[in-house]
Design a protein around this ligand. Structure first.
Ligand code: ADP
Length: 287
């Protein structure tokens, strides 16, 4: 595969290391059945999988919203079981799938200031941290407006800004583009990519394989509370049967590449530019 800039692997240190992680909800649903996974510093990792595969449960454990009954979770070199919920939440930020579960203040600015204020930072520092987060998510023009009166794409940006205002090393985004149109998705993902390029580790939980193809460095497929595949992006796209088993649909360009594989086109193509280049190379070889 010809790597895009998004797919150049970042630094190798481990930011999160999870071994044999199991979680059962009250009532008996076994949401995680032995997850093993490392998340590397500075990467953009996509976690994909069908509904109910355990993605959100996993994210909530990393962020401290749920405490794991068994297995080992090491975050930024510390055992999560010895960290307080506040310490975990400060290291791993989690933006909910539904932003309205996070938003309650009367203005965007108050909303984004809430996190650092709650962590006890002095007011000047609160203003600085919130200002940076609002700039990163391009919220300056709407800082005085009530969050719940705004459209979904703005509410998503606000919920992400209110998490990054606490300056977490790892940012988990749970289905951040669901319900957004193509332009809103691109705008949001540009801001997220910038956060990643500045060094923040990003975990992107999504169903959208086009988003994975365009932005992720690595992809983990979850199924039935376990990791089914942990691979570079092209590896994940070469196994159509596995993707479909996990209710995931590859981008049209990948399906086209699979259809052309008998003619010498590789199956792991994930961008139209790459397919065009391969077709040109093939034409050159045959002339
Ligand atoms: P995903 O994010 O991949 O859709 P979840 O982590 O939300 O998966 O869910 C994993 C499993 O845990 C599913 O069977 C789901 O129904 C169950 N589950 C999720 N949240 C709860 C809860 N609060 N109480 C009981 N079961 C839950």
């Amino acid at each position: 595969m010809i790597p895009s800039t998004a797919q150049v692997m970042p630094r190798p240190g481990k930011m999160v290391s999870v071994r044999d992680l199991k979680f059962t909800y009250e009532g008996g649903v076994e949401a995680l059945r032995g997850v093993n996974l490392d998340i590397h510093e500075g990467e953009m990792l996509a976690i994909v999988g069908g509904n109910g595969s355990g993605k959100t449960t996993f994210a909530k454990i990393l962020n401290g919203l749920l405490r794991p009954p068994s297995g080992s979770v090491v975050v930024d070199g510390k055992n999560a079981s010895s960290m307080t919920v506040a310490e975990l939440a400060k290291t791993v930020g989690y933006a909910f799938q539904n932003p309205d579960h996070q938003l309650f203040s009367s203005t965007v600015e108050d909303e984004v200031r809430f996190g650092p204020r709650n962590l006890g930072y002095p007011e000047a520092e609160v203003a600085r941290m919130a200002g940076q987060a609002m700039d990163a998510m391009r919220l300056g023009a709407i800082r005085g407006l009530p969050p719940l009166s705004l459209r979904l794409s703005d509410r998503r940006r606000i919920s992400i800004a209110s998490v990054i205002a606490m300056d977490p090393k790892v940012l988990i985004l749970d289905e951040p583009t669901t319900g957004l149109d193509a332009a809103e998705t691109k705008n949001l993902m540009e801001s997220v990519s910038m956060l990643n390029r500045e060094g923040r580790t990003i975990v992107l939980i999504t169903h959208d394989m086009r988003l994975v193809a365009e932005y992720a460095h690595r992809v983990v497929v979850m199924s039935n509370g376990r990791v089914l595949l942990d691979s570079d992006v092209s590896g994940a796209f070469s196994d159509l049967a596995l993707l479909r088993q996990s209710s995931l649909e590859p981008p049209p360009v990948t399906l086209l590449a699979h259809g052309l594989s008998d003619h010498g086109i590789p199956k792991d193509i994930i961008s139209p530019q790459e397919l065009a280049l391969r077709l040109l190379m093939l034409r050159g070889e045959r002339q």
